[in-house]
Ligand binder design. Structure first.
Ligand SMILES: [Zn+2]
Length: 269
């Protein structure tokens, strides 16, 4: 029986029979890996408080000779990211990021740069130094690049006019063409999202240089709103699946924004 010891992030867990759990891990060594955690459901001593979503773990997986699922032999908790769990907003964002990875990744393909990105945004979300919205923009922009879906913001995909040469202040996103279309070529009635050129430049900054520096890009409130709307449509389009957690995230964000506006004395129209 071959054993593998690797750092991992827990992406999801489901119950399996009366005693066991099936966990899907994002392992540093082998990418997405599902494993069976025997007696994890019945015995609290087996993996005490360890197998929770987003937790950073060190795991030992054993694989038998056949093609069966690996067995989770050991799991030690490196960081539970408690402060993510304490906040419903942070939990909603982290759940969305986890689901994107879960839906996109194939089993058994190492994705070390993506693993480092995931760890970076979870650590930053836990520490609270960077606004959650900026982290979500940073994560999704870098995820698109690493997954091979980097959007082309350099020029209108139809007439090839460079972004700086487009006369209008805003353009339209066109996920099916992998980029943007200028107002002269785009038809707003097609459901294309409007996005300002300023927002596009800020999005591009988050996708270059080190992660620490990219997380310090200062977004205007308009750029945050436009950036999130754009990415939360562009990313699911390219992975070809609609994450269930995105609906939850949007609902929670709407409630929180409403409360914030009310406490500021803002009267919604
Ligand atoms: Zn054009």
């Amino acid at each position: 029986m071959a054993c593998l010891s690797t750092p991992a992030i827990l992406l999801r867990r489901i119950e399996f029979g009366d005693y066991d759990l099936i966990v899907t891990l994002f392992t540093r060594a082998q990418g997405k890996t599902s494993a069976i955690a025997k007696s994890a459901k019945k015995s609290v001593k087996r993996f005490p408080g360890v197998l929770e979503p987003f937790s950073r773990l060190n795991v030992v997986l054993a694989r038998g000779r056949g093609k069966g699922m690996p067995v989770l032999q050991e799991a030690s908790l490196e960081d539970p990211f408690f402060k993510i769990r304490e906040s419903i907003v942070k939990t909603a964002y982290a759940s969305y990021w986890m689901e994107l990875i879960y839906l996109w990744m194939a089993e058994g393909e190492p994705q070390e740069p993506l693993y480092r990105l995931m760890l970076h945004v979870l650590e930053a979300l836990n520490s609270g130094e960077t606004p959650v919205e900026v982290l979500s923009i940073l994560f999704q922009m870098r995820f698109l690049s690493l997954a091979g879906f980097r959007p082309n913001f350099d020029h209108c995909h139809a007439c090839k006019t460079c972004l700086d040469q487009i006369r209008h202040a805003s353009v339209f996103s066109d996920p099916a063409k992998g980029g943007i279309v200028c107002p002269s070529c785009g038809i707003p009635a097609n459901g294309l999202l409007k996005i300002s050129k300023g927002t596009l430049k800020q999005l591009m900054w988050t996708d270059s240089g080190g992660l620490e520096r990219a997380a310090r890009v200062r977004f205007t409130p308009t750029a945050v709103a436009e950036g999130l709307t754009f990415l939360e449509s562009f990313v699911p389009f390219h992975i070809g699946k609609r994450p269930k957690s995105l609906k939850v995230l949007r609902n929670i964000r709407q409630v929180v924004n409403k409360k914030t506006n009310m406490s500021k004395g803002y009267q919604p129209p």
